[in-house]
Design a protein around this ligand. Structure first.
Ligand SMILES: NC(=O)c1ccc[n+]([C@@H]2O[C@H](COP(=O)([O-])OP(=O)(O)OC[C@H]3O[C@@H](n4cnc5c(N)ncnc54)[C@H](O)[C@@H]3O)[C@@H](O)[C@H]2O)c1
Ligand SMILES: O=C(O)C(=O)C[C@@H](O)[C@H](O)[C@H](O)COP(=O)(O)O
Ligand SMILES: [Zn+2]
Length: 375
């Protein structure tokens, strides 16, 4: 426990810590009780844990063992297709039936899907209650549990309904990652590759040279990747909480990635897999514009593919470009697009034309379609 890493997120609206360690689960109850000034032990406040049956079965006992009394469980099925308003409404009704009040605290115990929905539930239940993030996937530990972006998907597009609402704290227990399916680990690592590309050359190089250790789940390698990725996210969010400028760089690969997810009804690719395609397309656009050297563009593509495989999906380029019109970064009709300038640096441009985007989407779909033929 003494070797735990603590990284602060400091925004205008709140300050909180991300604690990363390898045996945190049984200690989270005490941490939360202390954040609530003893309110749990005194029986004054109640904790509602949002989780899935699979995650609870694997790790619930270790989490529950640290709480003075058993938390109320709110269950959601696994899968991105459940990240919808209907699920959040059902959870809010269950909370009300259990007598949750404004002093109740939600705890998100799952991956990004559960984290995003729990944060949104916390933002809207009785107009806002507190919540804690206990991320159980690599993706959630390195990215989604931090920064207060909460929400759900609409049929019209990804994350189109939501709110900014920060957690009280984030507890990332890296030992939980040992049960994560390899495909989920790989997909989550794409967000760390993204963090390296936009802001941290050393992290990118580590992911490049140590990919074998990282992919076999070596504890030390993963702990370093989690801590370095969290530092990138915490720094960016602390500088621009509401995504008015700098924070948009966290969206590298997401404009086309989100379009892929919406076009495939959130069922064919994992989030990290979709943004991997998006990062390759964005790097292609940057290379065409001579914003990045051919050598660095090739390195990015190689590392993204190392954390693949990039899997095929069913969509067409025109449809994908049309879906990017719903991107939340677009303002007053102008498209915003994140491009890498090199390894460790990225920018937002506002002049990517529809034709340029279509060309990149067509190049991507030609590879996707060739994968379908050979599969
Ligand atoms: N809010 C943000 O800033 C932000 C950032 C990045 C991504 N996201 C969102 O996060 C979501 C993706 O999150 P994800 O990749 O964690 O997927 P996920 O939440 O769907 O979890 C992936 C799968 O892993 C299982 N699982 C979780 N923990 C496990 C464990 N320890 N052992 C075994 N199985 C486990 C889950 O049951 C699920 O089937 C997307 O909706 C994406 O939009 C949000
Ligand atoms: O925190 C952010 O800001 C991000 O963009 C992180 C992304 O990895 C994440 O997928 C996020 O949910 C995307 O948000 P959105 O606002 O583009 O829907
Ligand atoms: Zn993402």
């Amino acid at each position: 426990m003494s070797n735990n890493t603590k990284i602060a997120v400091r925004t205008a609206s709140s300050t909180y810590e991300v604690e990363i360690g390898s045996d945190l689960l049984p200690h989270i109850g005490a941490r939360v009780d202390s954040l609530l000034n003893g309110g749990l032990c005194a029986g004054k406040q109640r904790v509602f844990v949002v989780t899935s049956p699979e995650i609870w079965k694997l790790h619930g006992e270790r989490l529950a063992s640290g709480f003075p009394s058993a938390p109320v469980l709110l269950s959601v099925p696994a899968g991105e297709q459940h990240k919808r308003l209907a699920t959040v409404e059902r959870l809010a009704e269950e909370m009300a039936q259990h007598g949750a009040d404004r002093d109740s605290v939600l705890l998100a115990f799952g991956g990004g899907v559960i984290g995003d929905m729990t944060g949104f539930l916390a933002a809207m239940y009785m107009r806002g209650i507190r919540y804690v993030q206990v991320p159980t996937t690599l993706l959630a530990q390195v990215d989604s549990s931090i920064g207060g972006k909460t929400g759900v998907n609409l049929a019209a597009g990804k994350n189109l309904a939501g709110a900014f609402h920060h957690p009280l704290a984030v507890y990332a227990d890296t030992s939980i990652l040992s049960t994560l399916p390899p495909a989920e680990l790989r997909a989550g690592l794409q967000e760390s590759v993204k963090a390296g590309i936009i802001r941290d050359r050393a992290l990118f190089d580590f992911l490049d040279t140590e990919s074998a250790a990282v992919l076999r789940g070596d504890r030390d390698a993963l702990t370093r990747v989690v801590a370095d990725s969290v530092r990138v996210k915490a720094d960016v969010v602390s500088a621009d909480e509401r995504e008015l400028g700098l924070r948009m760089i966290l969206n590298l690969g997401h404009t086309l990635g989100h379009a892929i997810e919406a076009a495939t009804q959130y069922k064919q690719l994992l989030h990290g897999e979709a943004i991997a395609w998006g990062m390759i397309a964005a790097t292609g656009i940057a290379a065409h514009r001579n914003l990045i050297t051919a050598d660095e563009a090739a390195q990015i593509e190689r590392v993204v593919r190392a954390y693949g495989p990039l899997r095929s999906f069913t969509a067409n380029a025109t449809e994908l470009v049309a879906l990017t019109a719903k991107d939340k970064k677009n303002r007053s009709g102008a498209r915003s697009f994140v491009l890498p300038l090199g390894i460790g640096d990225a920018t937002v441009v506002r002049d990517v034309s529809e034709a340029e985007l279509l060309e990149a989407a067509e190049a991507m779909m030609s590879e996707v379609n060739s994968l379908q033929v050979t599969a």
